[in-house]
Design a protein around this ligand. Structure first.
Ligand code: NAI
Length: 469
């Protein structure tokens, strides 16, 4: 710990920080823990799916208070006050899927206002909308987008670790398509996901399972093989642990130089370890061979998590060809080559019929970052890759998605100089860095067998970082 860090961590330092407006960051609710207060459902005109999905998840929903003049009790000076809840709500789900007119947006204000200061710590605001591509007419399309601006502002105004997100429903998507997403958002698994909007479509695989999956339904990957690259430490090791908790049989991969820690991860999780540099041309074939060797000739991969990544930061003015090539190859090209090979349906040990592909992008790829032209190119490339793969795989129920982490507390970010690190850590709506498990939980949600309607999406796990917000 540097002198500056010790000072910052001392009682005096904390006092100074508090005076400077740097409040102690809230402790976030994590894991498969649901809100403790009631879940309020605001069903706006034309909605219905919100009620259906909460019922499917077994969540009793209460009606929210409305910010109507008749609901306002006057204060001691006779001035009307907005309605207030006696019990702090745990979540507010706004079903705005039928909202098409600008005047109807007023209803969002009415149901949000009483909740903004009353939501419990790590509470949730979840807005359900219909995507602009799925509605007709200028006003309806403008209104669809307006929901995004409301949601992002709510995320920035909420306190105490509460989050706001928006789910776009596509034509034909129903409660079974939405269930895994709503479960993820309500639970602590989405602790560091805020200010995000993503799309849920009808599930490509036609699978309708997923009812009653909230909270304790905890082993969606039972009997399924999940491959994680770069799993010897950091986020990769957290990913392996999270999938293991949820029942997966793991194949963990890392560089031969990290062999010892890789073996430790594999042993602890009763998985198999493969020492492999993912940039070698035979990488895909080696992965498939490992799967059949350990799990038998008929075995197929349920999910591959492309986590391995490197940085070789320097300003463009100093950036040489080697630093450029190595980052692009590890972070992007290797992932593309491996997927291409493993997607061959005839390959023993390749990706199964309904497999899940997930990549790890970065907020640097979203917004750009000084000194990271190579890294930002590779991570923006990962976003482009999963979107393109999702489109190409249209006739096959494989999904491809990515998460884009912001500041996550790992060895990589511990190396950033203290002041800069504290700034990165604090400049998001949750005033703290994320944990590796936050990235892992988001990836596990995308790989859930019930998440087949989430395809070609990129979800930021950044606590609504102001970078690129
Ligand atoms: P890390 O450096 O702690 O771990 C990366 C792992 O990948 C290491 O074990 C390394 O040996 C392995 N690896 C590197 N090149 C490899 C190769 N050619 N073949 C096989 N394995 C290889 O990194 P961290 O922080 O855990 O990051 C994991 C992923 O998350 C990376 O893709 C990173 O770019 C991404 N990320 C991390 C963020 C953070 O704040 N830590 C933010 C945004 C993205």
């Amino acid at each position: 710990m540097s002198i500056l860090e010790s000072l910052f961590e001392s009682p005096l330092g904390r006092q100074v920080a508090a005076r400077a407006g740097l409040a102690e960051p809230p402790v976030l609710r994590r894991g498969r823990v649901i809100p403790s207060g009631p879940v309020l459902l605001a069903e706006l005109p034309g909605g219905g799916i919100g009620r259906a999905v909460l019922a499917a998840l077994g969540v009793p929903a209460s009606e929210p208070l409305l910010d109507l003049p008749e609901n306002r009790t006057p204060d001691e000076r006779g001035r009307p006050q907005p309605p207030r809840y006696d019990v702090r709500p745990g979540a507010l789900v706004i079903d705005a899927t039928g909202v098409r007119e600008i005047v109807q947006l007023e209803l969002l204000r009415q149901v949000l206002r009483p909740v903004m200061k009353r939501l419990e710590g790590s509470g949730r605001v979840i807005i359900l909308g219909t995507h602009a591509d799925d509605v007709e007419g200028l006003e309806a399309r403008a209104v669809a987008q307006a929901l995004d601006g409301i949601m992002r502002t709510v995320g920035k105004e909420l306190r105490g670790g509460a989050t706001a997100n928006l789910v776009w429903l596509s034509d034909g998507a129903d409660a079974a398509d939405l269930a895994s997403t709503l479960a993820f958002l309500l639970e602590g698994r989405s602790a560091f996901v805020s200010g995000q909007a993503w799309r849920v479509r009808p599930r490509k695989d036609g699978d309708r399972s997923g009812e009653g999956m909230l909270g304790e339904r905890s082993r969606p990957f039972e009997g399924r093989i999940v491959v994680v690259t770069g799993a010897a430490r950091g986020i990769g090791a957290a990913i392996a642990h999270t999938f293991h908790r949820d029942g997966a049989q793991l194949v963990v991969i890392d560089m031969p130089a990290a062999g010892e820690s890789l073996a430790a991860v594999a042993n602890e999780l009763r998985g198999s370890a493969l020492q492999l540099d993912i940039t070698t041309p035979q990488a895909g074939a080696r992965i498939a061979a490992q799967v059949t060797r350990v799990h038998g000739p008929q075995a197929k991969i349920w999910a591959i998590v492309h986590n391995a990544g490197i940085t070789r930061d320097t300003m463009l003015a100093n950036l040489d060809e080697k630093r450029w090539a190595s980052v692009l190859d590890v972070n992007l090209a290797a992932e593309m080559r491996i997927n291409e090979l493993l997607l061959d349906p005839a390959l023993p040990g390749g990706l199964g019929e309904n497999a899940r592909i997930v990549g790890i992008a970065s907020t640097s790829g979203w917004a750009g970052n000084k000194g990271q032209a190579n890294y930002a190119a590779s991570k923006a490339g990962v976003m482009g890759l999963v979107r393109a793969e999702a489109e190409e795989l249209v006739g096959r129920p494989v999904t491809a998605n990515a998460v884009a982490p912001g500041f996550i507390e790992t060895d990589m970010t511990a190396a950033i100089p203290f002041v800069q690190r504290e700034v990165f850590r604090r400049t998001n709506s949750l005033s703290q860095g994320g944990q590796p498990v936050d990235v892992a939980e988001s990836l596990a949600y995308l790989c859930d067998p019930a998440s087949g309607g989430v395809d070609g999406q990129v979800i930021r796990v950044c606590g609504q970082n102001i970078i690129g917000a």
